[in-house]
Design a protein around this ligand. Structure first.
Ligand code: ADP
Ligand code: ZN
Length: 729
């Protein structure tokens, strides 16, 4: 390392603390360099920081404290510093929060730890007992690789003292090896699937783009099962051949199990994983290894984008339209957009893969900013499932029943043939509303403006906003009459009851994120179902996300109208995507599938577009509407969310902001609100939002920064900026 700052020089340190600026320190003994990770004193504490540039000076230099120490980690690369700075500017998030996002690896400052390992030595054992010979056999079987003491003694079936005895005589070597080992190498030359049809041209185009190096974004569009994954794995192979690193982002942890096995089959080893489910030891290992080049291929959740890759050559955002790419807490960012930003800075290719792209990506491809590649037919399958609406106005349903006769007959036929059916309902729990039949009172959350959802499995009422739970009351909390509390409407748990009653012979599985203690348990259950472990699957939107159920030939959507309610700008787009994704679950193997959508408004344009299958026509119509309204992606928006325990305070502050809209008006932007947020109270805090609308080309961030700088929020009022808001909660 070449130290750019000698001992005692003034250096500017960006810390992970929310201070709003870079702080001055003095370079420590031995100096330090730009990008070095350091520990610095801050008040009575020591905090993590990065050398961000020369110090600013300009105040009492006698008070400047020295950097405590330079950490044993590779310095942050220029590319990463530029990325964090640009991401911070774009999202209007303090740089410190960005740094925190990129250093989420416990113990990254500690010296690389080691562990004791054992391998075969050259000397003969002093005495050749059976136990000793077994140990040597085990080590020979490892072919020179090192083993820990626990593993070795267990495998040889001996006590650890036997191994220690062999070490004394030199027959076994004892050494310290680094704990954070590189990930097993992947072999890009192994044979992948032989691409066919449209896949060939798409694969060639992506491979050529990766081989050329430099930035570019490609929208890879194809129905579920058309081979998008096979195609982008070819791009990954080329990236590995170039000696660069590849990152695949997936929306749900549940997706990775299948994906990891596929990668192993394709490249001979598993990729490294990054998500909330990995241990802190693995976190630290991966964080170090991506920096040192010991991890070639990472598959992860959105935050993997902030890992310190040494040389990133390809980022794939699979299911790019998925709303879980948008983080809406602490730092508000959309991983899809940040992927494009990072790639443009580090000279890397981006592949956005989806069967139902976001309108943003569709429009970027339409405008020629992204390359678009289309995969037509589904691999080995003739077409998308047959899709029909079931007109619920014509069905006679008893109360508290939701499966129409038409749908039930289709399910029965599948059960008889040994095929699977999926009943889709995007509602967790037993019933969305609990009402008192004596007085009409509905049970709400004490801290939020939300109704409590009954979860029979948990035997509790749960608030889906804040997670608060309470037992189901025997007496109505309002009129005190006992035994009159009744569930209203269906959730997946209630569907399970109806299904058990109607199809007593069938094996039923419910897939809902809250029914599983861990992502692992959920993955296991998905594996069991895919292998044929259930006849009828009842699921929320987690089933819409890319799992393969080869025996599934029928999808029944219980309430296709559900997503069309509400005033969300993206309601039509979301419903269209979700319904097509869910329908795409049917008939993935040899059998053609059928999708039946129960709807009370089958003539609604969105339902018609879903059934008609003319996707381009749907996107064009939706694009025209958004363009006319000047809303994203043809205009820009930012949400300002204010919250406080004090309702008057939050409205006053919001009103004051709205009045001082000079900086916004200067760029032609308009501010709407303050208005109570659709969920006006969460965890006891009153929420108010302002919405800013601007033309597409307007310098929105700069104007917002100037606007918000005019007023300092009172202490207990929180202010969050959401650039390009996705949801309006
Ligand atoms: P998508 O990502 O578009 O959903 P996949 O890449 O998962 O599609 O492909 C769907 C299934 O078809 C997978 O089981 C995949 O292995 C298989 N498949 C796709 N293309 C080919 C091919 N060219 N040769 C063999 N199998 C293929
Ligand atoms: Zn609540």
């Amino acid at each position: 390392m070449t130290a750019q700052f000698a001992e005692g020089d003034l250096v500017g340190i960006l810390t992970t603390e929310p201070l709003g600026r870079v702080l001055d320190y003095r370079a420590p003994e031995g100096g330090c360099g730009l990008g070095d990770y350091v520990e610095v004193p801050l008040g009575p504490r020591r905090v993590l920081g990065v050398v961000w540039g020369p110090g600013e000076g300009g105040y009492d230099l006698a008070k400047v404290r020295p950097v405590t120490r330079v950490l044993e980690a590779l310095p942050m690369r220029d590319e990463m510093r530029a990325f964090l700075a640009r991401a911070s500017e774009y999202t209007l998030t303090p740089l410190a929060s960005m740094l925190r996002l990129s250093t989420r690896a416990p113990g990254l400052g500690e010296p690389p730890s080691t562990r004791r390992v054992y391998r075969l030595g050259s000397a003969e054992p002093s005495r050749a007992t059976d136990a000793r010979l077994r140990v040597l056999d085990v080590l020979r079987a490892y072919g020179g690789a090192a083993v820990t003491l626990a593993e070795l003694s267990a495998e040889a079936g001996v006590t650890t003292s036997v191994v220690k005895g062999l070490v004394k005589s030199g027959a076994v070597l004892e050494e310290d090896a680094p704990r954070d080992l590189p990930y097993p190498p992947l072999d890009p030359e192994m044979q992948g699937a032989r691409l066919a049809g449209d896949q060939i041209a798409a694969g060639d185009a992506l491979v050529a783009a990766v081989a050329m190096g430099g930035y570019g974004t490609t929208l890879l569009k194809g129905v579920t099962g058309s081979g998008k994954t096979e195609v982008y794995l070819e791009a990954v192979a080329e990236c590995l051949r170039q000696g660069r690193q590849a990152l695949v982002l997936l929306p749900e942890i549940a997706l990775t199990s299948e994906f990891l096995t596929r990668v192993e089959a394709r490249f001979g080893a598993r990729p490294a994983e990054w998500h909330s489910g990995i241990t802190s030891t693995e976190r630290r290992r991966l964080w170090r290894m991506v920096g040192e080049g010991g991890a070639q291929f990472v598959v992860g959740a959105r935050s993997a984008l902030f890992l310190p890759f040494r040389d990133l050559g390809l980022i794939v955002v699979d299911e790019e339209h998925d709303t879980s790419y948008k983080q809406e807490e602490v730092v508000f960012y959309n991983a899809r957009d940040m992927a494009v930003l990072r790639a443009s800075i580090c000279g890397c290719q981006v592949v956005l893969a989806s069967a139902t792209p976001s309108l943003e990506s569709w429009a970027n491809a339409d405008a020629g900013k992204y390359t678009r590649l289309d995969l037509g037919a589904r691999f080995g399958v003739a077409e998308m499932p047959e899709m029909h609406a079931i007109d619920m106005r014509a069905e006679q349903l008893p109360s508290n029943r939701w499966i129409s006769g038409t749908l039930a007959r289709s399910v029965e036929a599948r059960v008889a043939r040994g095929e699977q059916s999926l009943l889709f309902l995007n509602r967790r729990g037993y019933a969305p509303v609990t009402i008192c039949r004596a007085c009409g009172h509905q049970i709400g959350c004490d801290d939020c403006d939300a109704r409590m959802v009954e979860h029979r499995f948990l035997k509790r009422l749960v608030c889906h906003q804040c997670g608060a739970t309470k037992p189901m009351p025997v007496a109505c909390p309002s009129c005190k009459v006992e035994g009159k509390m009744a569930p209203v409407g269906p959730g997946v748990e209630r569907m399970a009851e109806e299904v058990a009653e109607r199809f007593p012979e069938a094996r039923v599985a419910v897939l809902s994120s809250d029914l599983f203690g861990s992502a692992r348990a959920l993955k296991e259950q998905i594996g069991v179902i895919a292998a044929g472990g259930a006849d009828i699957i009842i699921g929320t939107q987690i089933v819409a996300k890319g799992h393969n159920f080869p025996l599934l030939t029928l999808v029944g959507v219980i309430d296709a109208d559900l997503g069309l309610q509400g005033s969300d700008l993206r309601a039509a787009e979301r419903t269209f995507q979700l319904m097509r994704q869910v329908a795409g679950r049917a008939g993935r193997a040899e059998k053609r599938g059928v999708a039946l959508l129960q709807s009370y408004q089958p003539e609604h344009p969105v339902i018609r577009a879903i059934l008609g299958g003319d996707e381009e026509a749907f996107w064009r119509a939706e694009a025209a509407e958004r363009r006319a309204a000047g809303v994203p992606p043809y205009g820009r928006m930012a949400g300002i969310i204010l919250s406080s325990p004090d309702v008057a305070q939050v409205f006053d502050f919001g009103g004051e902001l709205a009045r001082r809209d000079g900086p916004l008006r200067r760029i032609g932007a308009q501010v709407f609100g303050p208005a109570p947020a659709p969920i006006a109270r969460v965890r006891g805090r009153h929420r108010v939002r302002l919405l800013v609308k601007a033309d597409k080309g307007a310098p929105l961030q700069a104007a917002l920064a100037e606007w918000l700088a005019q007023l300092k929020p009172p202490n207990n009022l929180r202010l969050a900026v959401d650039i390009d808001p996705q949801s309006f909660l």
